[in-house]
Design a protein around this ligand. Sequence first.
Ligand code: SF4
Ligand code: SF4
Length: 132
Amino acid sequence: MAVSEPIPDVDTGSNPVLATNLISMQDKFPCTACGCCCKRINIAVKSIGENTIDNPLYFPYSWDDSGRCEMLTKDNFCKVYDKRPTLCNVDKVMELFDIPKKEFYQINIDACNEMMDEDGIDESFRIKTQKK
Ligand code: SF4
Ligand code: SF4
């Protein structure tokens, strides 16, 4: 399985959420809960083709005019986190399509940091990979 692939080394920085995630980073993507992807979920849904129930990436929720998911609270929490759609879960998408972990994590880390730059999110939320 792809999940046995090595993953990029990640620097915890000063973000406590990321530090917590790192405890289990061998098992899951080191999301820092910045909320940026949930604020433009319309773009992700558009990328999956037909958003129908037979699509494994089917997204059942709606969003506002800016693309913000209806399930995102003002405090940047997901109301359905434990049961969030596959589309919202990097690790599940990776397993679904059997994508090599290292590459997929790096692509997503880059995308996350780019969105944070666009949104002016505090630097402490960046996912930092250690360059060797
Ligand atoms: S943009 Fe990345 S770090 Fe931010 S909430 Fe989404 S997955 Fe997590
Ligand atoms: S369902 Fe949750 S994780 Fe997915 S976009 Fe909405 S708020 Fe974000």
